[in-house]
Design a binder for this molecule. Structure first.
Ligand SMILES: Cc1cc2nc3c(=O)[nH]c(=O)nc-3n(C[C@H](O)[C@H](O)[C@H](O)COP(=O)(O)O)c2cc1C
Length: 193
C-alpha cells in the first residue's frame, strides 16, 4: 500500500524555511510513502463577490482536488505575531468553499502540523492556533508527536537541512504520521469491506 500525503507550505517566500522543511520531509519520507509538495501561490484574497461572480479560482480547485485524493495532509506553517499567517489561513478558507465540499476535502482526513521559524519557539503558537480550524473542518488531527523547528537560520543552509538532529526528528515525524495515516486507511478499507 502506498500512503499518499500532501504537504502544503504556508509561505510564499522563495527562501522560505517552511518550504525548505517540506522539501526536506519529502527527501526523508519512509518507503511506501508519497509526499506531494503543494503551494499556496496563485490564490487570491478571499472575496465572496469573486466567488459569486467567477466561482472558485483554479489554484484553489487544484489544491482541493489534491487534498481530496490524499490519505493525509501536513501543514508546514510559519508563525506570525504568535499565531498562524493570514496568507495560509486565506488559502484554507478558500479551500473550504463551497461549504458543501468540506467533507470531500477535509472531512475525516488525517492532518499533521509542523513549522519552522528563526525564533526560539519554532512555531509552537502557530501550530496551536491551527487547531480550532482543523476542528471546524472535521479533520482528524495527529497528536502523536510535535515538531517545532526553532532557530531555523542555523538549521538550513541554501534550503537544505544541515542540522542532522533536526533531520532525524523530521524523519521520525513523517514516519509517525504516515503510520497513523496507514492505520486509518486500513480501518476505513476494512469497514467498506
Ligand atoms: C509579520 C511577521 C510576524 C512574525 N511573527 C513571528 C512570531 O510571532 N514568531 C516567530 O517565531 N516568528 C515570527 N516572525 C518571523 C518568521 O518566523 C520568519 O519571517 C520566517 O522566516 C517565516 O517563515 P518562512 O521562512 O517559511 O517564510 C514573523 C515575521 C513576520 C513577517
Amino acid at each position: 500500500m502506498t500512503v499518499r500525503l500532501v504537504g502544503i507550505s504556508g509561505s510564499l517566500r522563495k527562501a522560505s524555511f517552511n518550504t525548505a522543511l517540506l522539501r526536506a520531509a519529502a527527501e526523508r519520507k519512509p518507503a511506501g510513502v508519497e509526499l506531494v509538495e503543494a503551494t499556496i501561490h496563485g490564490i487570491p484574497l478571499y472575496d465572496a463577490d469573486i466567488e459569486a461572480e467567477d466561482g472558485i479560482p483554479e489554484a484553489v480547485t487544484r489544491l482541493k482536488d489534491l487534498l481530496a485524493g490524499a490519505d493525509g495532509v501536513i501543514l508546514f506553517t510559519p508563525e506570525y505575531n504568535n499565531s498562524l499567517p493570514g496568507v495560509f489561513k486565506n488559502a484554507i478558507d478558500w479551500m473550504s468553499r463551497p461549504a458543501a465540499d468540506i467533507p470531500r476535502v477535509f472531512g475525516g482526513k488525517p492532518f499533521a502540523i509542523t513549522g519552522a521559524s528563526p525564533g526560539n519557539f519554532g512555531t509552537l503558537l502557530s501550530q496551536e492556533a491551527w487547531l480550532p480550524v482543523m476542528h471546524t473542518l472535521g479533520t482528524v488531527p495527529w497528536f502523536g508527536s510535535k515538531l517545532m523547528v526553532s532557530r531555523a537560520g542555523s538549521v538550513f543552509e541554501n534550503g537544505a537541512i544541515v542540522d542532522e538532529a533536526t533531520g532525524r526528528r523530521l524523519a521520525d515525524f513523517i514516519a509517525g504520521f504516515a503510520a497513523f495515516v496507514a492505520d486509518i486507511r486500513r480501518r476505513d478499507e476494512s469497514r467498506i469491506g
